[in-house]
Design a binder for this molecule. Structure first.
Ligand SMILES: O=P(O)(O)OC[C@@H](O)[C@@H](O)c1c[nH]c2ccccc12
Length: 256
């Protein structure tokens, strides 16, 4: 499944590239206001931080919410105390788009993450041109040499890569990159199985000073407490925020 998702995102990016060549998108990326300081926004503090996701659907959970106005949802996330907004831009299974990211960027002043299956520099330039401050890089999707190149490329644009791992080996590869922001996804993107305890098993491998994000499978405040107790600095939450009142839900998490 992960291979198909990556192939689909790359194919969609190639089609966009026919219309907007890399030079055009690069010029847009370079004339944007500088990317925001993500490590500052997510710096460990006395409560858990939340990366709140604009998520309409997923291959494992199907349709979650309509979200006609992603900018309105993102504004609620900011009002509720989220530290970062994640916008799924994958079109085929997650029903997102770069247009969603652009409208969210205009509506909030906190950092914005482009959440997609990224395997090409062009997608990173598009993200910056649309105003993203972070990009997701999924360790399982890429050989290490490409991961190094894409990680460097994003950093040269002033962006912060969120490097996603789903096993002890993948965490080791993320650490090898010199990543300052590592996410452990409870969901296996190949089988869609959930393992909420994975974060706790691998958290100690992440060096002090690196921000630790627990991704997926937060359905209520007890799950946030579970991740916090295991050492998470931040949680990345989609489904629970798009299917409940976002402000009230965020406020309950921020008490953890
Ligand atoms: O809806 P949830 O279970 O709260 O999960 C959010 C987020 O972690 C999930 O959307 C995600 C994590 N890593 C990804 C990689 C690609 C697509 C989606 C994801």
């Amino acid at each position: 499944m992960l291979e198909q998702l990556l192939a689909g995102s790359l194919e969609d990016a190639r089609a966009r590239r026919e219309l907007a060549p890399i030079e055009t998108v690069e010029a847009e990326a370079l004339t944007r206001a500088p990317a925001l300081d993500v490590l500052e926004a997510l710096a460990p503090t006395d409560h858990i931080r939340v990366i709140a996701e604009v998520k309409r659907a997923s291959p494992s959970r199907g349709d979650l919410a309509e979200i006609a106005e992603p900018q309105a949802l993102a504004a609620k996330y900011e009002a509720g105390g989220a530290s970062v907004v994640s916008v799924l831009t994958e079109e085929r299974k997650f029903k997102g788009s770069l247009a969603d990211l652009e409208s969210v960027r205009k509506a909030v002043s906190i950092p914005v993450l482009r959440k997609d299956f990224i395997g090409d520099e062009y997608q990173i330039l598009e993200a910056r041109a649309a105003g993203a401050d972070l990009v997701l890089l999924i360790v399982a999707a890429l050989p290490q040499d490409r991961l190094v190149q894409l990680h460097d490329f994003a950093r040269e644009l002033g962006m912060t890569p969120l490097v996603e791992a789903h096993s002890a080996d993948e965490v080791a590869r993320a650490v090898d990159l010199g990543s300052q922001l590592i996410g452990v996804n409870a969901r296996d993107l190949r089988t869609f199985e959930l393992d909420r305890d994975l974060f706790g098993r691998v958290a100690d491998q992440i060096p002090a000073g690196v921000i630790r994000v627990a991704e997926s499978a937060v359905l209520d405040v007890a799950d946030v407490e579970h991740y916090r107790a295991a050492g998470a600095d931040a949680v990345l939450v989609g489904e629970a925020l798009v299917t409940n009142d976002p402000i009230a839900t965020l406020k309950s998490y921020l008490s953890v």
